[in-house]
Design a protein around this ligand. Structure first.
Ligand code: SAH
Length: 278
């Protein structure tokens, strides 16, 4: 009779790196951000989907669901991903430190976004960010919306690009965790493919998401002080500004220059007593 311990399977499904020594490290630079998830099972199933593709950084923004027994049951053996989940109250905080953010939505929007298929997004992510020696320290995020209503326009506006999973046009809305699975699969395939990667950056490394958001906040408060903005409704204008800055891919140095100018404007307004307390 075979002793019980000798017939247990060692948990070793595949070599961790697929022959690519940096694969797991590279995948650490990709976070999956789920916004307002309502079904616990989808969080667990997303964790499992990520782990099967070698991703591990799962971030929740204002989840409506609890990490309950159903979540852990759907996570199956991805308990390490579940244990490392990070939660944030707002999307900007969840995206801090990211240089490129892509939002997943099945719906076409009337926005000046770069629209990509999920495969194009994964190829771009690898060529420009994950496999490019010039951007070796950068991080990227894949953002997914709520089960019932997806991402708001404002949330998608925080992303540099909009990715779609090309699906049946008459029924294109996938289950959240299945959408996560496909996106993670495409990232993994793009990383492992033999495409002539990486692409050279056309310009210097752009500023991170949080640096651009701080600039926008600074701009907004200065425009309030100038009484240029309607304090009740600044969003439209600031979103247009955000699109402009995203398109321009401004650098950290350019952020500093613009913030220096804004500080000088604020100083002048305050000196001349025109300060409008906002
Ligand atoms: N009813 C929602 C769909 C929610 S599905 C809506 O109308 O937007 C939950 C999430 O899965 C979406 O927010 C999106 O992030 C992702 N998703 C589902 N199907 C997708 C598709 N075809 N392309 C890209 N993302 C998709």
């Amino acid at each position: 009779m075979v002793a019980e311990h000798s017939i247990k399977q060692a948990p070793c499904p595949e070599p961790a790196t697929d022959g690519h020594p940096d694969l797991s490290q590279t995948l650490q630079r990709v976070r999956v951000v789920l916004v307002g998830t309502t079904h616990a099972g989808n969080i667990g199933a997303s964790a499992r989907a990520m782990k099967t593709m070698g991703l591990s950084r799962l971030v929740l923004v204002q989840p409506k669901a609890k990490l309950d027994a159903e979540a852990f049951s759907m996570a199956s053996n991805a308990l390490d991903v579940m244990d490392d989940i990070q939660r944030f109250d707002d999307l900007d905080a969840a995206l801090a430190g990211c240089h490129w953010v892509v939002g997943a939505s099945a719906r076409l929007r009337d926005r000046p976004h770069e629209l990509m298929s999920v495969r194009q997004a994964a190829e771009h992510a690898c060529a420009t960010w994950l496999l490019n020696p010039e951007t070796a320290q950068t991080e990227i995020a894949l953002v997914f919306g709520r089960e019932h209503s997806g991402l708001t326009n404002e949330e998608l506006g925080r992303c540099h690009a909009h990715m779609m999973i090309p699906a049946n046009p008459v029924y294109s809305s996938l289950n959240l965790a299945q959408a996560v699975q496909i996106a993670c699969y495409e990232i993994r395939q793009a990383l492992l493919s033999d495409n002539p990667l990486p692409a050279a950056l056309e310009s210097p490394l752009p500023a991170s998401h949080d640096a651009v958001e701080q600039l926008i906040q600074h701009w907004q408060s200065t425009l309030h002080e100038l009484e240029f903005l309607d304090p009740q409704n600044p969003r439209h204008m600031m979103q247009k500004l955000r699109f402009l800055l995203q398109r321009a891919q401004i650098t950290p140095n350019e952020v500093d220059i613009l913030r220096g100018m804004l500080t000088a404007v604020q100083r002048k307004i305050r000196q001349t007593g025109q300060f409008n307390d906002v």
